[in-house]
Design a protein around this ligand. Structure first.
Ligand code: ADP
Length: 265
């Protein structure tokens, strides 16, 4: 529950809601959200996971999860999430056409988010991951106001320009009393496929630690992550034993452990 916010009602049947946020766009937040959702589910087959694409203007989840079509309406007049790879998903992309721009702002955007939270038959879910748009705008505050968040995961690449905005995102969550679980450092290193030399194109993860955030995991910059995303078969599923998938699997188990520790303290 947000310290600075009135008590929010939980979503029926949803145990934990976790925001996945970034300061800047293009740092790999949606890719991380999708692979974390799949890795949390892969780490424990008893666990059920959902994914809410809260990027109203630029929904990515339909493509990343290879999902399309319109959600059915249940007899209780709720939208039924679309499911692929065992993950229940909801996205603005399912409610509008592929190429249609969403030209809403302000209240309309917030009301779309509220609908995708509260008028969807989410439960039962152990974890609902919310892939937020970049920045710290209306959608972020609206999410914090509408539902109790168990925590926020910040995704950033390790260069100063992205980290400055990541710090802002983390501060926003702290201000509204949402615990920041830590940071996933994406594109943390690149290994040349020919000579195997390791280059830190975007800098070292040390800088992330200086922000006072726990580093939950470091995901390498690798063509297989981009290719698998474009194919709609995330790397955690496509090459499950590979180094890139394992980076997500380890990050996911750290996220879950942190959430459990926070819940019991
Ligand atoms: P955001 O949600 O922050 O805007 P995306 O998840 O859409 O970013 O990723 C932006 C682009 O970077 C996509 O083409 C994605 O496939 C690619 N990408 C993300 N993470 C990695 C990575 N670790 N290695 C290679 N490509 C990546």
């Amino acid at each position: 529950m947000g310290r600075g916010l009135p008590k929010q009602a939980p979503l029926p049947g949803v145990k934990r809601i976790v925001a996945v946020a970034s300061g800047k766009g293009g740092v790999g937040k949606s890719t991380t959200a999708v692979n974390l959702a799949l890795a949390i589910a892969a780490n424990d087959p008893k666990v059920s996971v959902g994914l809410l694409d809260a990027d109203i203007h630029g929904p990515s989840i339909p493509m990343l999860m290879n999902l399309s079509g319109n959600p059915e309406v249940t007899k209780d007049n709720l939208l039924r999430p679309l499911v692929n790879y065992g993950i229940a998903c909801m996205s603005m992309g399912f409610l509008i056409g592929d190429s249609q721009p969403v030209i809403w702002r302000g209240l309309m955007v917030m009301s779309a988010l509220e609908k995708m939270l509260k008028q969807v038959s989410w439960g039962p879910l152990d974890y609902l991951l919310v892939d937020l748009p970049p920045g710290t705008g209306d959608v972020h505050l609206s999410l914090c106001q509408h539902v109790p968040l168990s925590g926020a995961v910040i995704v950033s690449t390790p260069q100063d320009l992205a980290l400055i905005d990541a710090r802002r995102a983390a501060e926003m969550f702290r201000k509204v009393g949402v615990p920041v679980i830590g940071m996933v450092v994406n594109m943390s290193g690149f290994q040349c496929p020919n000579c195997h030399h390791q280059t830190h194109i975007f800098g070292e993860s040390e800088t992330a630690k200086q922000l006072g955030l726990d580093v939950l995991g470091e995901i390498p910059l690798h063509i297989s992550i981009r290719e698998s995303s474009d194919r709609g078969k995330p790397i955690v599923l496509l090459l499950p034993g590979g180094a890139e998938a394992l980076a997500y699997v380890h990050t996911a188990s750290k996220v879950v452990k942190c959430l459990e520790r926070m819940a019991s303290s």
